[in-house]
Design a protein around this ligand. Structure first.
Ligand code: GDP
Length: 317
């Protein structure tokens, strides 16, 4: 069994490769819900949806979120009705938000709802939100505390970040199936997602990080940082705010108690050499996922690196 901890952009691209390389029944995804929001009165779970769309082969490649070929008639109409439209929602995507909100209003949990939606998309892998409780990523800036979507989408991550916290995390519990999946996994992959705002909330749910520390699985992370910069988005800004170097060393530090193998980009070969000499197994490859082939090749390489004997023997614990 392979377990992947993921957000919704770099993570979703990685998932698009992995689904071609591993049988769906062998894959479980533990997905960040710290970015969830209420929008137009609906409950929206952007990362869960991106993973579902990626697994179904329906994620928009151009946008990196939402459904391929979607239209935006509802958005245009909401604009004409003077409603806020800074969080873009396509018409097909909207149907999923309507369905999720309807099922939640019937009293179902986010886990049950994610499973039902995934099944309707024909997905045979397990898509598990990290928790049934609400855990909210909050970004502290000089203009005050913002939700992740306000900081990232509405304000284009232009505000300086003082710190990041996960409201509700200490009282949250892992969603049903999360700890069991970690315990049963032979390989666990931290997708190339934002270490602070995508993997951070998952690790902040009490019990998840501990289960990873206890796990006998090989735990690999794919760096979202290449050449001292995030490939996209605010990962670098957020890592710096949390006191981490914006480098593959910083990614390693974020995961230091759980990591066995770091997959870094070829461009970071020199920094990788340094990390390797400190005892961590580091594997360099092309980690930029532009084409379908890049994604498949990266998924293959990560799995091969996890399977290598060396990887399994050097544990950082
Ligand atoms: P979010 O939920 O939208 O924040 O998405 P993720 O956390 O899953 O993905 C954001 C991270 O993906 C950013 O930190 C990027 O640096 C990283 N990323 C995006 N595309 C790529 C890529 O092609 N390769 C790698 N290595 N990282 C990527």
């Amino acid at each position: 069994m392979i377990v992947v901890l993921t957000g919704g952009t770099g993570g979703a691209k990685f998932v698009e490769g992995l689904r071609h390389v591993v049988a769906p029944e062998e894959l479980t995804f533990i997905v960040n819900t710290g970015d969830d929001l209420e929008w137009w009165g609906l409950y929206v779970s952007p990362d869960v949806d991106s993973i579902i769309y990626a697994l179904a082969g329906r994620l928009s490649k151009e946008r990196g979120w939402g459904v391929k070929g979607d239209t935006f008639f509802c958005l245009e109409t909401m604009k004409a009705l003077d409603e806020p439209i800074w969080f873009h929602v396509g018409d097909r995507d909207l149907a999923v938000h309507l369905l999720r909100s309807k099922l939640l209003a019937e009293g179902k949990t986010v886990t049950t709802v994610a499973a039902e939606i995934a099944a309707k998309f024909g997905i045979r892998s397990r898509v598990l939100p990290m928790s049934n409780s609400r855990v909210e990523t909050r970004v502290d800036t000089p203009s005050g505390e913002l939700s992740f979507q306000e900081y990232f989408v509405q304000r284009w991550y232009q505000d300086p970040v003082k710190s990041v916290r996960f409201a509700g995390a200490t009282e949250a519990e892992p969603a049903p199936g999360v700890l069991e999946a970690i315990q049963q996994a032979s390989t666990i992959i931290l997708a190339p997602s934002n270490p602070i705002s995508s993997i951070g909330p998952i690790l902040a749910v009490p019990g998840i990080r501990e289960a990873l520390v206890e796990s006998n699985a090989t735990i690999a992370a794919v760096s979202p940082i290449i050449g001292g910069k995030a490939v996209s988005g605010p990962a670098g800004i957020m890592m710096a705010a949390q006191g981490l170097p914006v480098s593959i060393a910083g990614v390693t530090k974020a995961y230091e108690d759980i990591l066995d193998v770091l997959i870094a980009d070829d461009r970071d070969a020199a920094a990788a050499q340094k990390l390797q000499s400190s005892g961590l197994r580091v594997h360099c490859t092309n980690t930029i996922m532009k084409t379908r082939e890049d994604k498949i090749e990266l998924a293959r390489t990560v799995l091969a690196a996890c399977e290598s004997k060396h990887a399994a023997t050097i544990k950082q614990r």
